[in-house]
Design a protein around this ligand. Structure first.
Ligand code: MG
Length: 383
């Protein structure tokens, strides 16, 4: 078996969310968003697919990096192919991003699992068929009735508990909001949510990611009093020693790193130096499922949990194969967006959640996307 072609179809779809000038996703009302479907085609005509950002999968990237290293290769050799591509990033990470690498690597997983006629998580080796989800809010905004006040967060948290969530993560206010960040406002939002949902819902905080040590310590002590279950990226992760210091001075578990480059090697350094109490990976942070499995097992070897970052079938599969992680991150959520609505490029929602807050693993062969190819083919865009 050989890889014969790599194709990318960029398409548009109606969306209600958009990133702001600082990269945070907010509700903006209906507009056209763009995404891409990357397809690995093998010489027997079989295909594997995965979605990814259209700009990361532009023709230059496919022609310069993926085609030279994948065409003619055995599609079962995921580890060797991934290591070759990851090595290319040493001098080209500006072009060959982890998001692009993750999309292509997951298309290889999708191909292999479709061939085997089983879901990816069962091909890896399942630990569970359903995973409890936490509702992960968008960052704070300035939209009336959105997430503009602590009371907005409290009202929204009540709705999330009614929907079935047993855990909620707050992303609080960030620039470009003129008065943000403000640790006192973060505490007000956290306190309002705790008051609204009571003591039995697990609460997590992911605030502004560039607080000073003094601000991060103060905020951490305040949410300890509110019984929060973890504290995520309150400072720039490039300063590992700041997280070592923070973890020494707080009882609440520190989760990380999330955005710091270096994949399993960076996680190993954080674990042995005591910079985190729970580590973290996500398919688009580290270049796919394979490197994430290394991080999950690395953490397991140290008796540590590894919590999975972001939504989507690749991350859901990781949650389903690990014994050392609790939650699936479902979102981002906002009072004005119906997250449960199936997007038009899928035939069914890929992370359906029941009334008890469990997301059930799709049982279709492959990664878990039930793709609406007719929609994608009918709504092309140029990249
Ligand atoms: Mg985060």
């Amino acid at each position: 078996m050989k890889i014969a072609d790599i194709r990318v179809r960029a398409f548009w779809y109606p969306s209600q969310e958009k990133r702001d000038s600082h990269g945070h996703t907010h509700f903006v009302g209906e507009h056209r968003a763009t995404q891409a479907l990357v397809t690995i085609v093998c010489d027997d005509g079989s295909e594997g697919h995965c979605f990814g950002p259209a700009q990361s999968l532009r023709p230059y990237v496919i022609d310069s990096f993926f085609k030279p290293h994948l065409l003619g290769q055995d599609p079962y050799h995921r580890e060797r192919l991934w290591l070759t591509l990851a090595d290319m990033q040493r001098v080209s990470v500006g072009q060959l991003t982890d998001k692009a690498l993750a999309a292509v690597e997951m298309a290889l997983w999708d191909w292999a699992a479709r061939k085997a006629n089983i879901p990816v998580y069962k091909m890896i080796g399942a630990f569970r068929d359903k995973v409890p989800a936490y509702g992960s809010t968008m960052c704070g905004d300035q939209i009336s009735g959105g997430l503009s006040t602590p009371e907005d967060y409290a009202r929204f948290a009540e709705k999330l508990v009614q929907r079935g969530y047993k855990a909620i993560k707050l992303h609080t206010w960030n620039p470009p909001i003129s008065w943000a960040p403000d640790p006192k406002m973060d505490v007000k939002a956290c306190a309002a949510v705790r008051e609204a949902v009571g003591p039995d819902i697990a609460l997590l905080l992911d605030p502004y990611s560039a607080y000073s040590r003094v601000e991060a310590l103060w905020l951490g002590k305040e949410i300890e009093k509110l019984g929060f279950a973890w504290y995520e990226e309150p400072m720039r992760e490039a300063s590992k020693s700041s997280f070592e210091w923070l973890a020494r001075n707080l009882d609440i578990p520190i989760v990380g790193p999330e955005t710091m480059e270096g994949r399993y090697q960076t996680r190993a350094e954080w674990i042995v130096s005591g910079a985190c109490d729970i580590t973290r990976t996500g398919v688009t942070d580290v270049g796919g499922i394979g490197p994430s499995l290394k991080i999950i097992h690395l953490a397991e070897s140290f008796g540590m949990d590894c919590e999975i970052h972001r939504e989507g079938p690749g991350n859901l599969a990781l949650c389903a194969v690990q014994s050392n992680g609790r939650w699936y991150e479902r979102g981002l959520l906002h009072p004005f967006i119906d997250y449960d609505r199936t997007p038009p490029y899928l035939n069914q929602h890929c992370d359906q959640m029941d009334a008890e807050g469990f997301v059930h693993l799709p049982q279709i062969p492959g990664l878990g996307y039930d793709i609406n190819f007719d929609y994608i083919n009918a709504h092309p865009v140029e990249i």
